[in-house]
Design a protein around this ligand. Sequence first.
Ligand SMILES: C[S@@+](CC[C@H](N)C(=O)[O-])C[C@H]1O[C@@H](n2cnc3c(N)ncnc32)[C@H](O)[C@@H]1O
Length: 268
Amino acid sequence: MKNWRLTFSTTYELSIVEDYLLEKGFTLSFISQETDGTCEAFATRAEGDLQESLQEAPYLKNLQFEEMLPPQVCWQTQAELHSPHFKNGKIEIKTQNHAASFFLHPAQAFGDASHETTQLMLMLIARHVKEHYVLDIGTGSGILAICAYLEGALKSYGVDIDQEALKAAKANVIENKLEKHVWIGEKKDLRLSKKANARLAIFANMISSELLVVLDEYKEYFESARLAILSGLLASEKTKIVENFKKIGWKLLEEEHLGEWIGLVFTR
Ligand SMILES: C[S@@+](CC[C@H](N)C(=O)[O-])C[C@H]1O[C@@H](n2cnc3c(N)ncnc32)[C@H](O)[C@@H]1O
């Protein structure tokens, strides 16, 4: 796999461009667009002739790409610079009513509450999660799974495809002594009791192309869950996501906006 930074301009909706890049074998981790239509995207893709595969790309004008070498990053320094909640070597996160707080170690995993999508998730989780079991898909640092328990969830299960994220999330659960209440692991090891399946809330904070893959990968859980809290989505993608959820029997209960991002709560 190689990491790429792509720049281009387009007059098409970002969701169309995302679908196109996915079709061409890219896994997107970030995409943004300026008001003049200029776009920047970070993506990984298996080896292959990138130039040739995107040469005829109808959606991407003035395409340029550069390979990104793996970053040599000090996560402690990153947290110091960018996390508003960094104190004494750890990131402190408070529940929405400030009644409880927990700590995260600075690490490669996404999720230190500095991003708007995580903030949207935390806000919506506090309103809806009480008395639910939680399946946090794409747990990253484990922030949502941990916070959900402190906000009144009965137990959280956090999964991720990224081994670095799983390591970070497990360390954070141990840091907060929540091993009995927050399970972290891979999907293949996930075991939910009947009780948990009957009162399940699913969280997913990821870009829409990843969410649509997850909808399929976690089909059985979306069939038994009664609540889904989502973010990582651009407000312009709301209709597409609502349509996809409607098709499988979900209805939109609530939405929140922060900047260009949207958080959605679905129920059945
Ligand atoms: C934007 S981060 C969210 C982290 C954290 N939950 C938060 O809200 O701040 C998205 C996470 O989803 C994970 N992810 C992407 N696709 C996934 C999949 N198919 N199954 C499980 N995790 C996935 C990524 O590895 C990444 O850790």
